[in-house]
Ligand binder design. Structure first.
Ligand code: PLP
Length: 379
């Protein structure tokens, strides 16, 4: 019986060739030819006017927080059911995360609860499209417009996702992508900042290059470069961009296989799920999802613990997901307490993610399906 991991990063064939080319021809530093190609791909794939590769989605979120000039005392609305980086970007600026609970169906921020959380100190809405299934963007963009607030999309899950035909990551002033090796496309560690309001492009390039105008210098727009703003080093080596380019060029194959696997889980598990009070992912009709996560919502924490243990005994690694951020040590420092965000607290106890990756074979997936049904019944 071979072990089935939860995830293995896709490898599609040309990664080594492209990396070898960087080693042979250089440059190794950032913003070389491969980075430029990746930017063009990301802009084409999403329709976003400007992509900037970053060293991670975490860093792209930090850039967004810098570009929004978040200050101590400012508040940013964010769901508590997300990765820590979403919130760290706010906290690093001295600003305060204000959590708004999620919807029970898509597990995205509950747009009907946003307005009650807005105060005179609110500076932005920071959203996550969980599993790449869109938040209720019509309602959210209307709230943002009514209150004059910028929207940032943490789109780490949602490259290739869409809402009413429009790509995720094109709604907010900024959106961030992740190419960590747990994501659909990866270069190990990497990310991108997508800029939809082009007035921020110049400053974003400066912040990403240590607060200097080196990007303009490279383009021949200035004859020397200088320190002009705050900044850090957020650009990845062209070695990583070379790896990522191979993945971008193969995105059709990767996505096709992920969708096959996702759909097979959904179809094979549906009758069992409805017989056993288990909920499968809900994708509203206006949402096109990118097959990033296939999850089960078990009836209880005990049922989840039992299922995970059963799968482990069969050498299958399934995993839970986010713990409620408001109940973490850091979250409690911002006033987080039990019972504040009941949907997040409940879902976080019951959710299981099944193995879903490009190289997962049909045989291995069949084994996962069989063992899930064997280990996840009500009895
Ligand atoms: C993966 C992830 C991140 C962090 O991505 P890195 O590229 O590892 O920094 C941030 N937010 C969400 C929602 C994620 O899933």
């Amino acid at each position: 019986m071979n072990p089935i991991p939860f995830n293995r990063a896709a490898v599609t064939g040309r990664e080594a060739e492209y990396v070898t080319r960087v080693i042979a021809e250089g440059p190794l530093h950032g913003d070389g030819p491969f980075t430029r190609e990746c930017h063009a791909w990301l802009e084409r794939l999403t329709g976003s006017p400007k992509a900037l590769l970053t060293t991670s989605c975490t860093h792209a979120l930090e850039m967004a927080a810098l570009l929004l000039d978040l200050q101590p005392g400012d508040e940013v609305i964010v769901p508590p059911f997300t990765f820590v980086s979403t919130v760290n970007a706010i906290v690093l600026r001295g600003a305060r995360p204000v959590f708004v609970d999620i919807r029970p169906d898509t597990l995205n921020i509950d747009e009907t609860k946003i307005e009650a959380a807005i105060t005179p100190r609110t500076r932005a809405l920071l959203l996550v499209h969980y599993a790449g299934v869109a938040c209720e963007m019509d309602a959210i963009m209307a709230i943002a417009a009514r209150h004059g607030l910028p929207v940032v999309e943490d789109n780490a899950h949602g490259l290739f996702g869409a809402y009413k035909g429009r790509a995720l990551g094109t709604f907010g002033t900024f959106a961030t992508l992740s190419f960590h090796d747990t994501k659909n496309l990866s270069c190990g560690e990497g990310g991108a900042l997508m800029i939809n309001d082009t007035q921020y492009v110049d400053r974003a390039e400066i912040i990403r290059e240590k607060g200097t105008n080196r990007t303009r210098f490279y383009r021949g727009q200035v004859d020397k470069y200088t320190w002009c703003d705050v900044g850090s080093s957020y650009l990845p080596s062209d070695i990583l961009a070379a790896y990522l380019l191979a993945q971008l060029e193969s995105h059709d194959r990767i996505q096709r296989r992920r969708h096959e696997l996702w759909t097979r889980y959904a179809e094979a598990l549906a009758p069992w799920a409805s017989d056993n009070g288990i909920r499968l992912p809900i994708v509203p009709a206006e949402c096109q999802h990118p097959a990033h996560i296939f999850y089960l919502l078990m009836p209880s924490l005990e049922a989840r613990t039992r299922l995970l243990a059963h799968l482990r005994s069969k050498l299958i690694l399934a995993v839970f997901h986010y713990l409620p951020l408001h109940l973490s040590d850091m979250g409690r420092r911002f006033g987080g307490a039990e019972g504040q965000h009941p949907i997040t607290e409940d879902v976080s106890d019951r959710l299981v993610r099944l193995p879903l990756f490009f190289q997962l074979s049909d045989e291995d997936q069949a084994r996962v399906i069989e063992e899930v049904m064997a280990g996840g019944t009500a009895s």
